[in-house]
Design a protein around this ligand. Structure first.
Ligand code: FEO
Length: 170
């Protein structure tokens, strides 16, 4: 069965399985960002809320990019089920730290799939994932830059308001 699938697909079966797991990770990231946006909205951090709503949409776009790629390659993309979304946060900084932790986990997962593509001589999979490698680098940098603001400006009420005002929503 695996040999038949391999002949029909332009990516390896191993890559397809890992990409289906990545779909679930991206969907989980999208839902997590929605929870973060909700917390920010409720605590009047307007720009941070917009930032996370946008991140949530972007993660869904990442998910769909992978989903479409699997099917375009003749594979079987699987619609993910998502659970265990955290809605409990202790502060604005806690949210951005959680976001960075999540992105680091996604980056590790992407790098692992690239490694497996190399091991399986899956050039199409490896080429496709280069976009994600670059994207992860940018996403981690954005979050680290925001976390630096807490070190620079402090964590009292006024500082948090000023930090929120500096969060880019475009
Ligand atoms: Fe698509 Fe930010 O992980």
């Amino acid at each position: 069965m695996k040999d038949i699938a391999r002949q029909k697909m332009s990516i390896s079966v191993e890559t397809m399985d890992l990409l289906n797991q990545q779909i679930t990770l991206e969907a989980h990231a999208s839902a997590s960002y929605l929870a973060m946006a909700s917390w920010c909205d409720q605590n009047a951090f307007t720009n941070s809320a917009s930032f996370f709503y946008k991140q949530s949409e972007e993660e869904r776009e990442h998910m769909m990019k992978i989903f479409q790629f699997i099917n375009d390659c003749g594979g079987n993309a699987i619609s993910p089920s998502v659970s265990n979304i955290n809605h409990e946060f202790s502060s604005l900084e806690d949210i951005f730290e959680s976001a960075l932790d999540q992105e680091i986990m996604v980056t590790k997962s992407i790098h692992n799939i690239v490694k497996e593509c190399k091991n399986n001589n899956d050039y199409n999979g490896e080429n496709f994932l280069q976009w994600f490698v670059v994207e992860q680098l940018e996403e981690e940098k954005t979050l680290r830059d925001i976390l630096d603001l807490f070190e620079l400006m402090g964590r009292d009420g006024i500082a948090l308001k000023l930090i929120d005002e500096r969060i880019k929503t475009e």
